[in-house]
Design a protein around this ligand. Sequence first.
Ligand SMILES: C[S@@+](CC[C@H](N)C(=O)[O-])C[C@H]1O[C@@H](n2cnc3c(N)ncnc32)[C@H](O)[C@@H]1O
Length: 285
Amino acid sequence: MSGNAIADSSAVSLPRVLPHQQDALSQLHAILQNYHSNDPFDWLDLACGRGQIITHLNDTLPDPEERAKICYFGYDINNQYAGEAVALGKKFGLKGADVKIGNLNDFAALVSLEQQFSFITFTNAAHEITPVLLGTLFFELILRLKPGGTIYFYDMESLPDQELGAIPWQATEIRRLLNFIFKELGAKNKPPSPQRWQLTKCHTWSFSFKRENLDVDDATFAALVPELKTKTDTFIKQLFKEKLDRTVEQLQDLMEHRGTETTPAEHAEKLNLLYDYWSLSQIFK
Ligand SMILES: C[S@@+](CC[C@H](N)C(=O)[O-])C[C@H]1O[C@@H](n2cnc3c(N)ncnc32)[C@H](O)[C@@H]1O
């Protein structure tokens, strides 16, 4: 499996706030209002793009004192826009703003375990990496989460503009992954329940993981991570093998009935299946 970046043309700045930004920033706002520590509030924005999520921070976090608590730390493979995120951080009076350039494959090596965060966002990027890496990253992020910290995940179930090689997750698959991880860890608490959102052109999913959701202490969790990674890799590969098999079956069905599709929606569905087939087959080549 490879974890290279693919097209990132959607890392664009828009003059409006997007639903996931609104969702994540509302949570951040609520958390900051109850954050009374003198320590900086460390926010990791993984696959941050050009820092779109902080573009409207003067409106979305209107209290300058709240913004002044934040140390924003972006991480992205693309160094083209890093300066923009840092400049935005300065403009809005954040306590700090920095962007680390790196591949998500190398996250564990490039961001030490000593770097701990109160808030982590990973939005619109899960489809860009090989699925197994999402499991690994989840564990690496939990290891870097401060007590009481939150991780916010969000992505699309299908891409409005197809990207060759993109592998989106469905909300149901995320739910199965979280159930699997919590069960393997012997957690008594229920895992977070992914929400599903109908947007104009696609469905999306999101969930927030709070460290206290997982009733397994840090030392036990850290000790279990290596074995957990291996088991989760196998689980994710199986999940996506099932998906590849389903896609092949659907394409075979279309082959048998070729020429009978008539509506634009049927043509679009066929195209989606072909894109899925290509991406999923890359995982197992
Ligand atoms: C669609 S943008 C999302 C940007 C932002 N998080 C948002 O929600 O708008 C996806 C980002 O993931 C980054 N990316 C893709 N593959 C990556 C990888 N392997 N390692 C690090 N960053 C990656 C791209 O450079 C791009 O900035």
